[in-house]
Design a protein around this ligand. Structure first.
Ligand SMILES: [Fe+2]
Ligand SMILES: [Fe+2]
Ligand SMILES: [Fe+2]
Ligand SMILES: [Fe+2]
Length: 400
């Protein structure tokens, strides 16, 4: 399948940026802004197109480890040293199988290394991969300054800081490249919330690579892991659904293509949950109506993100319909039976089955028979597909 990796990443990165807001208290579009600054500097330093393409991916993904790192850590400690180092390790591990155009090792692991050796790993100068150093610089500047308001006083402050740190915590060439680019009006405007997507698109070299569906599964596995690690109650949720989707596909004798696409949909079905604050996901008391409304938005976000990816039309449906119900009482659209195809119905059933067999803040995991009993009740009331419940029961009763 012809695939534009960065089209995919840009589509899903809004979800990563929501995590940054929730966990690290960042502004909106942190990852995208870091990617833009990184890209402009790399271009100035003469990077070739393939390297530019990959460094944009890496910059968008630079803090992907922050999700898992957050578990069991209290929020006000989020920026402490040890914790931050952990997100570099987790982030590197998460992208191990990501299909970059070339092999990229340790770029994310070392994205907090400083030129003078004052980073977590104490690497200095040439010991640090150049890509990591650029991302580190872009990240530091995006966190420390409002670069999209780079006028007058703020502009002087920024220039003064960069000049001071040139050759110290940051490599001189990176600082010089930045200062050359940052003076232009378009640089400041490109970084604005309304323009950052278009700006990234404008400067990123356009590549479509031929990826097998297996490569795409690997890529979406990365996101499945990030999504699952957001809450300790869903550590195996997307993975479990992907496994069950594969088993059900075999049961229905699906061909390789449909089976793999269903697995991809399973991997990404809860992508929008990255945009839901952990304070709501992990709440042990009953959710308020407002909080439940926020939860309900997650499949809307999943659809908005996936619908931007060419070739993902059916995957988008199967992923984003999983909380719709046959009788129209689902969300976020309130679709009805005629709008829900076989695999959307199946995904809805697998999601319920998986969720009920997992622990939640307010209950223990439920055994197979109890889960099927609940699902049959839902089918009797017209919410979900009776035949799919029967099949799920048949296939999974032996495993439990
Ligand atoms: Fe970071
Ligand atoms: Fe960051
Ligand atoms: Fe969901
Ligand atoms: Fe789910």
């Amino acid at each position: 399948m012809k695939f534009n990796l960065n089209e995919f990443l840009l589509a899903v990165s809004f979800a990563l940026d929501f995590v940054e807001i929730d966990i690290a208290g960042r502004r909106t579009n942190h990852g995208k802004r870091v990617a833009y600054i990184t890209l402009r500097i790399a271009k100035k330093l003469g990077f070739k197109d393939e390297d530019l393409y990959d460094i944009v991916s890496l910059a968008i993904l630079h803090d992907n480890g922050i999700c898992e790192a957050n578990n069991d850590v209290i929020h006000d400690k989020i920026n402490d040293k040890e914790h931050a180092m952990e997100h570099c390790i987790t982030g590197e591990r998460n992208v191990e199988n990501y299909p970059f155009l070339r092999k990229r090792k340790n770029i994310i692991k070392y994205h907090h290394e400083k030129h003078d050796g004052s980073g977590f790993y104490k690497l200095m100068g040439h010991e640090i991969p150049l890509m990591s150093e650029i991302i580190c610089f872009a990240d530091f500047m995006e966190n420390g300054f409002t670069l999209d308001k780079m006028c007058d006083e703020n502009k002087r402050k920024i220039e003064q800081f960069v000049n001071q740190q040139s050759g110290k915590i940051f490599k001189t060439e990176i600082c010089e490249a930045f200062l050359e680019i940052a003076g232009s009006t378009s640089f400041r405007l490109d970084l604005g919330d309304n323009f950052i997507n278009a700006a990234l698109d404008q400067y990123t070299p356009q590549y479509t690579v031929e990826l097998s569906l297996i490569d795409i599964v690997k890529m979406t596995d990365v996101f499945s892991q990030i999504i699952d690690s957001k809450s300790k109650f869903t550590r195996k949720h997307s993975k479990g659904i992907a496994e069950k989707a594969a088993i059900m596909s075999d049961y229905y004798n699906y061909g390789f293509d449909e089976k793999t696409r269903l697995v991809i949909a399973a991997n990404l079905h809860d992508l929008g949950k990255l945009a839901v604050p952990n304070s709501i996901l992990d709440k042990s008391d009953k959710l308020t109506e407002d909080e439940f409304d926020i939860i309900k938005s997650h499949t809307y976000y999943t659809r908005v993100a996936l619908s931007k990816i060419s070739g993902f039309e059916d995957i988008t449906e199967w992923a984003a319909n999983h909380h719709e119900k046959l009788n129209g009482f689902g969300y976020p659209y309130g679709k009805n039976a005629s709008e829900l195809d076989f695999n959307s119905r199946l995904m809805g059933c697998i999601d319920i089955y998986q969720a009920l067999t997992e622990e939640r803040p307010y209950r223990r995991p439920l055994p197979h028979d109890k889960v099927i009993g609940i699902m049959q009740g839902m089918a009797d009331e017209g919410f979900i597909d009776k035949d799919r419940v029967r099949d799920v029961d048949k296939v999974f009763q032996l495993n439990n």
